[in-house]
Design a protein around this ligand. Structure first.
Ligand SMILES: Nc1ncnc2c1ncn2[C@@H]1O[C@H](COP(=O)(O)OP(=O)(O)OP(=O)(O)O)[C@@H](O)[C@H]1O
Ligand SMILES: [Mg+2]
Length: 195
């Protein structure tokens, strides 16, 4: 499994569009791909799936078919990650479906980070949740490549998602804000990896 996250803390630079189109491109080239939607805006899921399917995946109550359903036992403090549902898009392309409720995991991941520095095993269980979801999803689909979409911020969900990735692609608009933003981005990514 090779994992690539698409990230920029500046919004609207084309992260989701790139993950969507590259997933299709690699699948059409014969590579088995999992696309993972770890952005609580869930735009990637909305690009891949029609509204009636999203209504089924996001009912009132529990969401066993989304990434939130996978981490729900951790959030509730009753267990570890559940096996992810990988939504079939084609026979070579599967989607780990995003969820607007995923933001409820943010505080917990944020709190777990310093406990990882103290080598607390439970904190590693939280921080590695996304990585373990991706391992399982890629095994289910026999996927060589996992492309991860995240939201535009330097929060704890993104930290956990990005340290799951072998590589990070930073889509960039050629403007002053994006260039200024890179000054925060590089040091943050280096700090996260180092820690
Ligand atoms: N290469 C491109 N050229 C022109 N427009 C693009 C390109 N890529 C994406 N867009 C457009 O820019 C807008 C934002 O794209 P997208 O949602 O992919 O960005 P994002 O970085 O994922 O945003 P967010 O930070 O909100 O998650 C969309 O309207 C999309 O159609
Ligand atoms: Mg996006």
């Amino acid at each position: 499994m090779k994992t690539i996250a698409f990230f920029n803390n500046k919004g609207g630079v084309g992260k989701t569009s790139l993950v969507y189109h590259l997933s299709w491109m690699f699948a059409e080239m014969g590579v088995n791909v999992v696309a993972a939607d770890f952005d609580p805006q869930a735009n990637l899921s909305a690009m891949f799936l029609p509204e009636d399917r999203l209504e089924q995946l996001w009912p009132d109550g529990e969401h066993p078919g989304t990434v939130l359903g996978c981490v729900a036992p951790i959030i509730r403090g009753v267990g570890d990650v559940k096996e992810p549902h990988v939504e079939p898009i084609t026979d070579r392309l599967g989607l780990v479906v995003g969820d607007l409720g995923l933001s409820s995991f943010e505080d917990m991941l944020s709190a777990a980070w310093p406990y990882c520095m103290d080598r607390k095993e439970n904190a590693f269980r939280h921080t590695s949740a996304f990585y373990r979801i991706l391992l399982n999803a890629s095994a289910q689909n026999d996927a060589e490549l996992v492309l991860i979409d995240v939201g535009p911020n330097l929060g704890a969900i993104n930290r956990a998602a990005i340290i799951s990735a072998d590589a990070v692609v930073v889509p960039l608009a050629p403007d002053l804000f994006s260039l200024q933003g890179l000054r925060n981005l590089g040091p943050s990514l280096r700090d996260w990896r180092g820690q």
